[in-house]
Write a protein that binds this ligand. Structure first.
Ligand SMILES: Nc1nc2c(c(=O)[nH]1)N[C@H]1C(S)=C(S)[C@@H](COP(=O)(O)OP(=O)(O)OC[C@H]3O[C@@H](n4cnc5c(=O)[nH]c(N)nc54)[C@H](O)[C@@H]3O)O[C@H]1N2
Ligand SMILES: Nc1nc2c(c(=O)[nH]1)N[C@H]1C(S)=C(S)[C@@H](COP(=O)(O)OP(=O)(O)OC[C@H]3O[C@@H](n4cnc5c(=O)[nH]c(N)nc54)[C@H](O)[C@@H]3O)O[C@H]1N2
Ligand code: SF4
Ligand SMILES: [Mo]
Length: 737
């Protein structure tokens, strides 16, 4: 086995060195692995390159992959522990069926799959095709995402297919399409390196995209000024030049006032606005009354700080604006996104070296997974399911008459409502744990209980799966070949390192088998995963997310290819818009007027405190994977209620005291973590835990009217200390800061 060069500093993340990894010659003290497999981390949208060490068909460890260009070997705490989920005792090893009164019992694959197809047929015969629904997820590879879209429309023939990106990327996607006609970050992250000014808003980068921090530090080393907009002093904000501690739900007021400042002080790129954009006049008219004083009153940020931030942004010659769910998880998520884009367009700083804009994609394949057609309104290539030409093209690729292609279906949350109303009776879910991740989960649980039939495909028995009639034992990231698309838009190869254990099967083989049992074998037969990808390439051809020119070989030869890539000779597109030809019908970038409106639930005398929710560094999404990895659990074992000392004092809440948090949806109890790093009117709870620890017992199901994303980031709550301390002794409030 060749020795791998490892420089220790490469594996020191923002959170410090990983002491469990000692760079050594060879593998002293342990067996030589059978293979090292170059692949990518299964977690967030950074999709860091990693090498998995394989022994006896088990993943037993990892090595950094130094050559992969984005992370250059660096990994975060989740990345270095990810391999531990492989041989976990909770792994589902065979299909299960619910036996009333007895729990889940193993069932033969043949019987399990037949039960699924019989249930689909019976429900559809009795209640119509759309009464059977599908929820999919974007931890799945591009190939599986594509397959799920085709499976729903061609094999199950239902319109009701949606995906967990509906809780994640859709506000950004809708905003990007409106403004640019295409949904992807404009530059690769290396372009951050020489940006003069960087705005990071609603993105806790150090905890949620730790390896991206490197590129921000590189920019800082080169003198970049950093503006962080977040209700909390997140780790990145501690060293920012300007931190704007915004009141949750008020971003569009801030961006509106910043835009007005740019106009009032003529900090605009007039040539760019005139030649390459539309809608500027209406957009500035919408903010003409948005004075700094007005914005201060709405956002809770001192006007002088807003002025400084707008001025810094306006006067820069290169810049980058990054945002994530903090501005997108709102009933006006799309408007917030457009407010940011307006600031970028007004200064013309896009499509040039070190000038860019991006939403930071969340899930592992949050980028690719939102392009290939498992959204309720979308067909592959990011085509529109209501557009007759798009429908005709895809129906042609799939070999069905266009009339047979279902239309637009319900979004994830609307599906839950339709189950309540008795319109939807059956559900297949893959790669989605809605009971933990959707808002107002008491309502979600009631919906699950109303289903006539529910089948879940997962490798762990997630909390939603406990309500299933059949659970199909699927596969981990490292058990199938495929591709994913990183947050940068770089299409990379996922490698099979091992095969599924026991009687578990690959997700792909399960879907193909179900399609065959539904009578569509001829349309669902592929020699291998590459054949699925090659069909996806054709399906995406001519769409805005054009993968046609990307082949497995090209990806391997180049360690990834950026889409759009319309032909095999095309090198891919790391930086969009250099030719100033935007993907909108008129080729221009579009300003969109944004006026501030309140969140769907504002505080009042009964519910006087703002509740916001989000993440911690060591847990991932609904936690099904990371709550099973001991060292990650050890870092942050349970959700704590972050609260400012002054707010805590007002309610007489002490450090580690259990606090009952109540909203109009429900109550839940969390130990207090009193920190000075949060606004005085806001509390924060991470959402990775289920059941009584779930923040989503409290959140609200109001949707953005365009993107249909739920308003996870703001609702109103009341607080009540219970006098119970989960840790012995009382800590000085300031010890935890
Ligand atoms: N450790 C870890 N990393 C992850 C994930 C994970 O679960 N755990 N999930 C991945 C996924 S799918 C996603 S989507 C991303 C999410 O990544 P982020 O969006 O960075 O994560 P969040 O914690 O949801 O929210 C970010 C910040 O928004 C702030 N915020 C709340 N309300 C507002 C507001 O009204 N305005 C502004 N400007 N900010 C606000 C919160 O204080 C929080 O710090 O992370 C990805 N990476
Ligand atoms: N309150 C609150 N709620 C939120 C958020 C928030 O900030 N606040 N954030 C929202 C966001 S941004 C997101 S992305 C969602 C995420 O919410 P979910 O998508 O529900 O969360 P996951 O934990 O990813 O659930 C995915 C399930 O898929 C399984 N899985 C993972 N990979 C694979 C695979 O390759 N094959 C198969 N078969 N199964 C797989 C996992 O084991 C897990 O059970 O949560 C949302 N919910
Ligand atoms: S930053 Fe994201 S992709 Fe990279 S190691 Fe961490 S969780 Fe994995
Ligand atoms: Mo997400």
């Amino acid at each position: 086995m060749a020795k791998l060069p490892v420089s220790p500093e490469k594996i020191i993340t923002h959170f410090g060195p990983h002491l469990n990894f000692a760079p050594q010659e060879g593998y002293p003290g342990r067996d030589e692995p059978d293979a090292t497999v170059k692949t990518h981390c299964c977690f967030c949208g950074m999709q860091c390159g990693i090498q998995l060490l394989v022994k006896n068909n088990k993943v037993v460890g990892f090595e950094p992959w130094m050559e992969f260009p984005f992370n250059e070997g660096r990994l975060c705490p989740k990345g270095v522990q990810r391999y531990l989920q492989d041989n976990h005792p909770d792994r589902l090893l065979e299909p299960l069926q619910r036996v009333e009164g007895e729990g889940f019992k193993p069932i033969a694959w043949d019987d399990a799959l037949n039960r699924v197809t019989t249930a689909i047929r019976q429900i559809q015969a009795a209640h119509g095709k759309d009464a059977f629904s599908i929820l999919s997820g974007v931890s799945l590879t591009n190939e599986k995402s594509y397959l799920m879209g085709k499976f729903a429309r061609v094999a199950v023939k239902t319109a009701n297919l949606d995906y967990n990106g509906r809780l994640c990327m859709v506000s950004a996607g809708a905003g990007n399409k409106k403004a640019f006609g295409l949904d992807r970050g404009s530059n690769n992250y290396a372009d951050l390196e020489h940006a003069e000014v960087i705005i990071v808003t609603g993105a806790n980068v150090s905890e949620t995209f730790p390896t991206l921090t490197h590129w921000l530090w590189r920019a800082r080393d080169n003198g970049a000024k950093l503006i962080v907009i977040d209700p909390r002093v997140i780790p990145l904000a501690r060293t920012a030049d300007i931190h704007l501690a915004i009141k949750p739900g008020t971003d569009s007021a801030l961006y509106g006032a910043m835009l007005k400042h740019l106009v009032d002080h003529d900090l605009l790129d007039h040539d760019f606005i005139r030649e390459h954009t539309t809608g500027f006049a209406d957009t500035i008219a919408a903010v003409q009354d948005y004075t700094l004083e007005w914005a201060e009153a709405i956002t809770g940020i001192e006007k002088e700080k807003i002025r400084q931030a707008a001025d810094l942004w306006g006067r820069a010659s290169t810049s980058f604006l990054l945002h994530a769910r903090g501005i997108e998880h709102h009933s006006k998520g799309v408007e917030n996104v457009l407010g940011c884009i307006n600031l970028v367009l007004a200064t013309g700083r896009i499509g040039r070296p070190y000038c860019g804009y991006a939403t930071i994609t969340g899930q592992g394949n949050g980028q690719g997974g939102r392009e290939h057609g498992h959204k309720c309104d979308q067909l592959p290539g990011n085509r529109d399911i209501t557009n007759p030409e798009h429908r005709k093209y895809i129906a042609g690729v799939w070999g069905i008459p266009e009339a047979e292609l279902p239309g637009k279906g319900l979004t994830a949350w609307e599906l839950i409502e339709a189950i309540h109303q008795g319109e939807v009776k059956g559900l297949l879910s893959i790669c989605f744990n809605p009971l933990v991740s959707l808002p107002n989960n008491n309502y979600v649980r009631e919906a699950l209980e109303k289903l006539e039939f529910y089948v879940c495909i997962d490798f762990f028995l997630n909390e939603t799966a406990r309500h299933a009639d059949i659970v199909l034992a699927g596969s981990l990231h490292e058990e199938e070949e495929g591709t994913v698309t990183t947050a940068e838009g770089r299409v990379v190869r996922i490698r099979r390192a091992v095969t599924p254990p026991g009687n578990a099967r690959t997700d792909t083989s399960i879907i193909l088998d179900l399609a065959a049992r539904l009578g569509e074998a001829d349309k669902f037969t592929y020699a291998d995963t590459e054949a699925i990808f090659n069909e996806l390439r054709v399906a995406s051809k001519g769409g805005t997310a054009d993968y046609y020119g990307i082949t497995y070989k090209k990806i391997e030869d180049n360690m990834g290819i950026f889409w759009p890539c319309p032909s095999e000779e095309h090198p891919g597109t790391p930086r969009l818009w250099e030719d100033r030809q935007f993907a909108t019908p008129d080729g221009k970038a579009h300003f969109n007027p944004v006026q501030f409106r309140e969140p769907s639930e504002v505080t009042d005398s009964e519910f006087p405190v703002v509740l916001t929710t989000g993440r911690v560094v060591s847990q991932y999404l609904s936690g099904t994977q990371t709550r099973r990895i001991g060292k990650l659990v050890g870092l942050i074992p349970e959700p704590l209620l972050e609260i400012h000392p002054e707010l805590a004092q007002r309610y007489n809440i002490r450090q580690r005291e259990t606090v009952r948090v109540t909203t109009r949806r429900g109550s839940a109890e969390f130990p207090a973590n009193i920190v000075e790093t949060i606004r005085k009117d806001t509390v924060f709870i991470p959402y990775h835990w289920p059941g009584k620890k779930s923040a989503n017992q409290l959140t609200i199901g109001t949707l953005d009217p365009v993107s249909k994303i739920p308003e996870f980031k703001v609702c109103a709550c009341q607080l009540e200390p219970l006098g119970i301390f989960t840790q012995p002794g009382e800590t000085n409030a300031f010890d935890s800061i």
